[in-house]
Write a protein that binds this ligand. Structure first.
Ligand code: ATP
Length: 325
């Protein structure tokens, strides 16, 4: 396998749900690569399908799935044909783990924190209790929790400590990739900053890759090596963090960046007029077209092509050679 083979390659991934109103196309043809020791941030407003993407990668699917298709290649090998049993044994939690949205509030209140963090090792890998607890002590040190806390119950920990504990649970099996779904959204600003620092340090010390999901441009800029911007179930731009934050290309990326308040800014940050389309019946052309100040006829009629190059992709007719000047 070449050094260039991404850690994870997502190809034409779809996750659609049945609902009383019809089919909800929450993840609709996503293509994305995540490399070793990379922090990739999937950025997007609420309801655009970010959590569905994360769940699709780990096959944490609800009962009302209508379509689940595409490829999820781990080091070039497609995991989609794997049986559930094999996926559970070889991939979920052992190689790709996840910190779910608000996970720190779903710790079991009657089980000591150390025991809970040990669970992936005890349940999935059948480690003995002493061996598992020794590893838990190691990850507690890594995330910055004193081992005194091993014997405590969740209610005895602050919000920041509980978030470190769920991070420890995601790290305990030494996964290559951790999916972080809004890892700091339930925390105060100072605790958010300390968790982001812990994430950065862990990446440096262990080489773990991250796929972080957030709606918050500020949080994403703290950690991201690359950014993938999601809109209405699809990706509209994928770029390095510096390209994305300094020279956003897609009209939605530009408007999103212009809506972020800045310290030295004198004029008011702009809001993006209109609403995202319903995922029940998204429009045929570009899904952002109705809100786009740069749209032309073709944008409303045909889905935009992915343009630019391998590392930087923009899904927009403006970047097509045939676009009007
Ligand atoms: N099990 C489900 N059944 C039907 N529709 C669903 C289901 N789960 C999510 N959806 C819908 O799919 C769309 C995408 O939801 P998802 O939670 O993935 O978005 P998100 O970007 O993570 O939003 P948020 O940031 O608010 O969590 C939304 O319209 C949501 O209502």
């Amino acid at each position: 396998m070449s050094e260039q083979t991404p850690l994870l390659s997502i190809r034409d991934l779809n996750l659609h749900y049945h609902s009383s109103g019809g089919i909800v196309r929450a993840v609709d043809g996503i293509n994305l690569d995540i490399h070793r020791n990379e922090a990739l941030v999937v950025l997007g407003e609420s309801g655009c399908g970010k959590s569905s993407l994360a769940k699709a990668l780990l096959r944490l699917l609800p009962r009302n799935v209508a379509t689940y298709s595409g490829q999820v290649l781990l080091h070039g090998k497609d995991t989609m044909p794997m049986t559930e049993e094999r996926f559970r044994r070889d991939v979920r939690w052992s190689r790709i783990s996840m910190v779910m949205q608000a996970a720190m509030n779903s710790l079991n209140p009657v089980v000591r924190v150390g025991e809970q963090v040990a669970e992936p090792l005890r349940v999935l890998q059948q480690w003995s209790r002493p061996k598992a607890m020794a590893r838990v002590a190691e990850v507690f040190a890594l995330v910055g929790i004193s081992t005194d806390f091993l014997q405590r119950y969740p209610f005895e920990l602050s919000g920041g400590m509980r978030q470190r504990a769920v991070l420890a649970m995601a790290l305990v099996t030494r996964p290559e990739l951790i999916i972080l779904d809004e890892p700091t959204s339930a925390l105060d600003v100072l605790t958010q900053a300390s968790i982001m620092n812990v994430l950065k340090r862990i990446k440096q010390e262990t080489g773990t890759s991250y796929l972080m999901i957030t709606h918050d441009v500020g949080t994403s800029s703290e950690l991201a090596d690359r950014v993938a911007l999601m809109y209405a179930g699809q990706l509209v731009e994928t770029a390095s963090a510096s390209e994305f934050f300094n020279e956003p290309a897609h009209p939605y990326s530009k408007l999103l960046m212009a809506s972020v308040p800045r310290l030295r800014q004198t004029e008011r940050p702009g809001a993006i007029p209109g609403q995202p389309p319903s995922l029940l019946n998204p429009p045929d052309g570009c899904r952002f077209a109705a809100r786009c100040p740069s749209r032309f006829d073709r944008c409303l009629a045909d889905p935009p092509p992915m343009a630019l190059n391998e590392r930087r992709r923009v899904s927009c007719w403006l970047f097509d050679r045939e676009a009007p000047a």
